[in-house]
Design a protein around this ligand. Structure first.
Ligand code: TYM
Length: 355
């Protein structure tokens, strides 16, 4: 019985300002996963085109993102780091998926609603079809696991819907060509061409919120740089941002449920927990009853100790454009044959004549 080989795929948009939320929500996990899986980590520059039409900036951010992956600990020799636009099969599969996915599915995507704002008629078609390209990124490699922050959960669910509809719509053809792979669906074994990809989402405490407003997620696009810790921030920047981070006036609670209704306290305790790998309860066992004036310096030290080596390495790598370009070029060279092998099957399945 053939089954899907475990494979990890994930991506980040090169929109600048890689921040602590990206690190704790995704990249820290990527680094851990490379010990157990074959991984592809992608700088999704085609996705970034939906929000960043400045060519020089897009190119610079793409290199910066690759440098940040390596500085965070991804090994480009053992795993594949590449940028999406270099592997043209992403666009090709996305088109096929545009013909599988339904407009109703896309209309439900909360990220589209947020990004398009009030005047949806003026949003680009690319922004609307964004999740279909994301499904193509993942399924082009028939990836089984996708580590992301929980804001991406809906997109991964949509990826599964697209995979399932494709497998069903073309089931006869897949059987005829013998290119199906067995997978478990409840108690049954079913055959399909694309896997039902599993999202790997850390528990909800890993959604890192803005330092200025605990109800908004930390985001690359927040106009206030005080709202986020950037991966390239200096020790002084980090210290300043944590000192100024919004809090309430009560001491920290002794129990984790005391964080309810206190989003800023919850966020800072969550960041401390994520950085140390402890639970929030363990953090409160140490700091419960203390004032923020005591907790913040400890958090500051921890952030600086974690991020300083990464940002120093990032600066070194980022200055070496030739090296980063080699990594991206080599990564795309290794990703392309995997992508092409999938697309050959897809073209046969959907009925595009070969040769
Ligand atoms: P992007 O570039 O917005 O974010 C990259 C990763 O960081 C996570 N993240 C967060 N996690 C916790 N707290 C936060 N405040 C926070 N902000 C961002 C995101 O969940 C993500 O994992 N659509 C994707 C990029 C993408 C992709 C893919 C991901 C394109 N194709 C295929 C996985 C697989 C995005 O916009 O991520």
């Amino acid at each position: 019985m053939k089954s899907f080989k475990p494979l990890v795929f994930s991506g980040v948009q090169p929109t600048g300002n890689l921040h602590l939320g990206n690190y704790l929500g995704a990249i820290k996990r990527w680094v851990e996963l490379q010990r157990h899986y074959n991984c592809l980590y992608c700088v999704v520059d085609m996705h970034a085109l939906t929000v960043n039409p400045d060519p020089a900036e897009l190119m610079r951010h793409t290199r910066e993102m690759a440098a940040a992956f390596i500085a965070s600990g991804i090994d480009p020799q053992k795993h594949i780091i590449f940028n999406q636009s270099r592997v043209h099969q992403h666009a090709e599969l996305a088109w096929v998926f545009n013909c599988v996915a339904r407009i109703g599915w896309m209309n439900r995507m909360t990220q589209f609603k947020d990004k398009a704002g009030k005047d949806r008629e003026k949003a680009s078609l690319g922004l609307f079809a964004y999740p279909s390209l994301m499904a193509a990124d993942i399924l082009l490699y028939r990836a089984t696991h996708v580590p992301v922050g929980d804001d991406q959960k809906q997109h991964i669910e949509l990826t599964r819907d697209i995979a399932q509809k494709f497998n069903m719509d073309y089931s006869a053809r897949i059987a005829e060509l013998g290119c199906g792979v067995d997978m478990q669906a409840g108690d049954n074994t079913v055959s399909g061409f694309f896997p039902m990809t599993e999202p790997l989402i850390s528990d909800t405490s890993m959604r890192i919120m803005s330092l200025r407003d605990g109800s908004k997620k930390m985001s690359k696009s927040d106009p206030s740089s005080m709202s986020r810790i950037n991966m390239v921030d200096t020790a002084e920047d980090i210290a300043k941002k944590i000192r100024k981070a919004r809090t309430d006036s009560d001491p920290l609670p002794e129990q984790a449920d005391g964080l309810q209704g206190r989003p800023e306290a919850d966020n800072l305790v969550g960041i401390y927990a994520a950085l140390t790998g402890k639970s929030k309860q363990d953090v409160l066992a140490e700091f419960g009853g203390q004032q923020f004036s005591q907790f913040k310096p400890a958090l500051e030290d921890l952030l600086i100790a974690t991020l300083s080596p990464i940002s120093a390495e990032y600066r070194r790598l980022n200055a070496d454009t030739a090296y980063i370009d080699r990594v991206l070029h080599d990564g795309a060279k290794r990703a392309s044959p995997i992508a092409e092998a999938t697309m050959k099957h897809v073209r046969d399945i959907v009925g595009f004549p070969r040769g």
